[in-house]
Ligand binder design. Structure first.
Ligand code: NAD
Length: 356
């Protein structure tokens, strides 16, 4: 099969890490008999430099014409000062989510056994490790409600959720849980917020269609606590936009390694946008030392969620496990005294492991 991928390398370390991820995809293609066709387009700071706009129309066109989008990261100090808020590099991400109709953000937080030492939680708490996914609704909530200050100088941010918005993300959560450990924990603040009461009622109704999946309901303050108390209890954590923003960062921190975590944003179609959760890391850009694994694992998610190629996705996950188990580390993961690999060397190691 041929798959068309729009590639936005982005800024900072983006080009370095995406280049390695594309080499890994090519190795998967070679092993399993697929061809990945790349169309490189600009967004973020690189697009501002080339065209004046953080999200040129031809980039949106190319993404809409692709089977999926692979993104490095955008932004950097260079554009922070010069650009008005509406043309900041990060605005390109919001624009892409909107144009592509992406409403579900998936962030797995997996503790890889060879990296257990990097986890800030005590070994007796993490036990056999954890493998959870935060599924965050992306298009509703307080971020998109009416914002204003009234005549008394009081600031308002309206928090909104419709039944339809909650239903579609809830279905996604239960379907995802069916492919995993069959357990959804829906997070809300139903003891205080009306939007949360509607959220909970709706998720409870959707849950009836998935009797094989265990459904639990947890207040967000408790969920924040449970994530550090016993992360192994979670499988799919279903959240609204605001609570997911916070909990997904907490979930990523408990793995201890920002350079390892992939993400996916999905909509109604199979087309998604796949990117590492970290930013463009301007402090190490151009040095060839960034960890490409989060981007490589994002490609694995693309194969699984957009192209329905689970054996191929498993091959990427297995290759990453293999190189970590062999003790290979980039600088962000290396212990003092260990000789770290460069971005290219880590890419080489994963390519070799994928090839088998
Ligand atoms: P960051 O994630 O870029 O960096 C935080 C720290 O983690 C830095 O010390 C960096 O060197 C390190 N780091 C990040 N990724 C790494 C990797 N793959 N390997 C090794 N080390 C890595 O966050 P920041 O410094 O707050 O933001 C830098 C820029 O990125 C800002 O302009 C910000 O707006 C942008 N940003 C973009 C995205 C995105 O494109 N999705 C996300 C977050 C931040």
């Amino acid at each position: 099969m041929n798959y068309k991928i729009a590639v936005i390398k982005g800024d900072g370390i983006g080009p370095e890490i995406v280049t390695e991820a594309m080499r890994v995809l090519d190795a998967v293609g070679k092993r399993f008999g697929h061809t990945f066709l790349y169309e490189e387009v600009l967004a973020g700071g690189a697009a501002i430099d080339a065209t004046g706009s953080c999200l040129p129309p031809e980039t949106v066109r190319a993404c809409l014409a692709s089977d999926s989008v692979l993104l490095g990261a955008v932004g950097g100090p260079k554009w922070d000062k010069e650009q008005p808020p509406e043309n900041r590099p990060e605005k390109a991400l919001l624009g892409l989510r909107k144009e592509l109709g992406l409403f579900a953000n998936i962030r797995p937080a997996t503790l890889y056994a060879p990296l257990a030492g990097a986890c800030p939680i005590k070994p007796e708490i993490i036990g056999g490790g954890f493998d959870l996914v935060v599924l965050r609704e992306l298009t509703g909530d307080v971020y998109f409600g009416k914002k204003y200050r009234d005549a008394d100088g009081v600031a308002h941010d309206d928090m909104n959720y419709s039944v339809a918005e909650v239903e579609r993300i809830a279905h996604r959560a239960f379907q995802m849980a069916r492919q995993r450990k069959k357990h959804v924990t829906s997070v809300d603040k139903a003891n205080v917020l009306e939007t949360s009461r509607l959220w909970r009622e709706t998720v409870q109704r959707v849950a009836l269609a998935y009797p094989d999946v265990q459904a639990d309901y947890m207040y967000v303050d408790n969920a924040a606590m449970q994530l550090v108390r016993n992360p192994g209890q979670f499988d799919v954590l279903l959240t609204g936009n605001l609570f997911g923003d916070i909990l997904s960062d907490e979930a990523s921190m408990i793995t201890g390694s920002i350079g390892m975590l992939p993400s996916a944003s999905l909509g109604e179609t199979s087309r998604g946008m796949y990117e590492p959760i970290h930013g463009s890391a301007p402090d190490i850009a151009g040095k060839g030392i960034a960890n490409p694994i989060a981007t490589i694992l994002s490609c694995g998610m693309m194969l699984r969620y957009s192209f329905d190629l689970s054996a191929e996705a498993d091959a990427i996950d297995a290759a990453v496990n293999e190189v970590l188990a062999a003790g290979l580390r980039t600088a962000d993961l290396a212990k003092p005294g260990e000789q770290p690999l460069s971005t290219r060397q880590m890419g080489d190691a994963v390519v070799k492991a994928v090839a088998g």
